[in-house]
Design a protein around this ligand. Structure first.
Ligand code: GMT
Length: 374
């Protein structure tokens, strides 16, 4: 197949899933055309089946807001025609599904019918899409897509209850590349961060408020009173500075390191003992899945689709959003030397159920179903 992929080319989960999906499809012999405003983060190599088309908007004094949606639609039209695409797959509804609708209509007027698949990822439905200014547009764009997928059952249910959706939504979970995410021998790294054999707790995200980073810092302050431990904070975003100040104010600077964005996150995960994800909302929790593949148990909130990934008492624990004391209690249980090896093994076994090879096949089958239905 010749597939066009539209996504945010940044460190966000939807962009990572879209890029990894495109790479895996290219590996299987499909021709993949990325259409984005800059080169996706994880697409920094050459592959004969991968093409990259940049979306450019000329600036003009009249524009306070450059018309990105229109430029994206125009680029989609151009790529569909010239690369002879079989299907467009857009990730994150806003504004990608809307631009895809526009592109589809333009192409229809020229006698071409391009199938459009929209994948809903999370905050496009749970936060941003609920803005009254956007909600009718999101509803319309979902309903006008030829196929719609969601990354968890919870996100599907949430979409159906929050928007007047008349499309059947297929659940296709996030996936992990087990040849990249596995526990590697990085003991020298562990000795460097934890010189006295402390336990290592890790969080990785884009540090937005929805991640409730403050809960991690507060929980860690309590955990380290009982178990010698260190906390590594991976990523960057609006909350980082506040959280660095909070760590300092709580006298934790020696034990918490903010290391910024890290491409080779699997190296850190390889030496971690616990992954923290106390999010306010989380449609699936890709970062937690990547941790589990590296044999790291997860302490998470029970919001969104997290319960479809993290099995309570088996691969880690789930607590109500904001229940820091429960998270601390659970973390202390998992971190015991006689418990940790079992949780680590269970985390890996669970992660294997989201193997990239299996999930990518589900996307391929879904593409065929949508193409055949038109
Ligand atoms: O909100 C983010 O953290 C980024 C966001 C995105 O769409 O870029 O991530 C969402 O999509 C990921 C991939 O499908 C999911 O694993 C994340 O759970 C989801 N984030 C939220 O729902 C908050």
């Amino acid at each position: 197949m010749r597939i066009g992929i539209v996504c945010y080319p940044t460190f966000g989960g939807s962009g990572v899933v879209a890029t990894e999906l495109g790479k895996a499809l290219a590996q299987k012999g499909h021709e993949v055309h990325f259409i984005t405003y800059s080169q996706p983060i994880r697409l920094d190599f050459f592959n004969e089946n991968i093409f990259y088309h940049e979306v450019n908007i000329s600036s003009y004094p009249l524009f306070q807001y450059p018309p990105y949606e229109s430029a994206l639609a125009g680029r989609m039209v151009d790529v569909v025609k010239h690369a002879n695409l079989d299907l467009l797959h857009v990730h994150y509804a806003i504004p990608h599904a809307t631009s895809a609708y526009l592109a589809k209509q333009i192409l229809k007027s020229e006698g071409l019918n391009i199938p459009v698949v929209t994948t809903l990822h999370g905050t496009d439905i749970s936060i941003v899409g609920r803005d009254p200014a956007l909600s009718p547009v999101v509803t319309f764009s979902i309903n006008e897509s030829d196929g719609v997928t969601a990354v968890s059952k919870d996100l599907k249910i949430d979409t159906e209850s929050a928007f007047k959706v008349n499309k059947d939504i297929e659940v296709i979970y996030n996936f992990v590349d087990l040849t990249r995410f596995y526990k590697q021998e990085k003991e020298h790294f562990k000795r460097f961060i934890c010189p006295n054999n402390e336990k290592l707790l890790v969080h990785a995200s884009n540090f937005r408020k929805v991640k409730r980073i403050v809960d991690i810092i507060k929980a860690f302050a309590k955990i380290r009173k009982h178990i010698p431990s260190k906390l590594l904070m991976v990523g960057d975003g609006e909350e980082r500075q506040n959280m660095e100040h909070l760590s300092r104010d709580l006298g934790l600077s020696e034990d918490i390191r903010f290391i910024g964005k890290l491409e080779a996150i699997e190296e850190v995960l390889s030496v971690a003992d616990l992954f923290f994800m106390p999010s306010e909302k989380e449609s699936f929790g890709l970062a937690a899945l990547e941790a589990m593949a590296c044999e790291v148990p997860v302490i998470s909130s029970n919001t969104g689709g997290l319960a479809e990934l993290n099995i309570h008492g088996v691969t880690g624990f789930l607590s109500n959003v904001g229940d820091i004391d429960d998270m601390v209690k659970n973390a202390l249980f998992v971190l015991q030397d006689d418990q940790l090896p079992t949780f680590k093994k269970n985390a890996l076994e669970r992660a294997k159920q989201f193997d990239m090879n299996v999930i990518v096949q589900q996307y391929e089958a879904y593409y065929h179903k949508i193409i055949d239905s038109l």
